[in-house]
Ligand binder design. Sequence first.
Ligand SMILES: *Cc1c(COP(=O)(O)O)cnc(C)c1O
Length: 378
Amino acid sequence: MKEILFNIPYIVEKQARYAEQAIISKRIAGDGKFTKMVHGFLEREFNTKKALLTTSCTSALEMASLLLNLKEGDEVILPSYTFVSTANAIVLRGARPVFAEVQPDTLNIDPKDIERKITKKTRAVFPVHYAGVACDMDSIMDIAGNYKLKVVEDAAQGVTAKYKGQFLGTIGDIGCYSFHESKNYSCGEGGAILINSDKDLMERAEIIREKGTNRSKFFRGEVDKYTWTDIGSSYLPADILAAFLLGQLEDRHLINARRKTVFDYYCESLKPLEEKGLLQLPTIPKECQPNFHIFYILVRSEETRNGLIDRLKEKGIQSFFHYVPLHLSPMGKKLGYEKGMLPLTEDLSQRLLRLPIYPDLSMTDLEYIVGSIYQIIQ
Ligand SMILES: *Cc1c(COP(=O)(O)O)cnc(C)c1O
């Protein structure tokens, strides 16, 4: 029987070669030659002032919360429909995550609900660009400006995607990327933090990332010894990982083009089922240039969705649902949330199904997946 995996990371020989160079150089700790190359690459290609590699997007988000000095009594607005790390970064500082509703077309945070949830305690908004499709950033930035809130983009899924010509992660005060195996560009475990305009934050980000020391300044010869100057942790990855990642980032156009082919094929071939009202395809607003990170469909009910997952599995095809809304999780309940508070999020999360999408997914496999969906769903 066929076996089609949900994701296979894109790995080419060049990546092993770069990693080998890092090993041979005997400079394998963080902030070596390849890390600097990746920083330069991100700053140049994505047009941001400061990019720093981190060990994950989770650690980039944690750094963001440290940089904003979030503390007990503060509130941060974010979607409930996201990965746990977006919320953990807030909770770890003792601040309160305030979950907002999503928009039904993109499953991205609804600016109107952000505005409704602002209180005197609100300090920041953490929008999440779901599936690599941008949030309504114009509205979010306007609201943030009006209420003096900081914006931290969780662009874990949005690397290389754009909103009105600007790269995701470079629009808010801070952007966070993931280079986890499951993402479009990866080095196994990795991430980056982007500081887009504030010079003080740039300086402090270097310090927090290096255990609260001014070691980065020392290496640049700006101070004659390095010392403990602030709180911090160890958020920098080994140079071997940066080398491996560079090989992928260099191939980003190819990776993107192949993912687009898969995405477009699904959209075109499943269109007749949408027209019959059997499923709903993803919406890409005209301001958004996506990176085709996820291909999902919305079906009519949770039972249909779960049945589809089981039947596809019988045919050797891996497909997945996605987030259990955070407000319905045991942690969410501890924070005082309950079922019924975010009806749209609850409904959509139950009906969403993700299909395999990756650069090496063959046309034969794609035809088999779509053929199987037709057999099951009609
Ligand atoms: C993957 C993901 C993260 C976490 O990324 P890591 O690099 O694994 O820490 C955070 N937020 C979102 C929205 C994600 O999809």
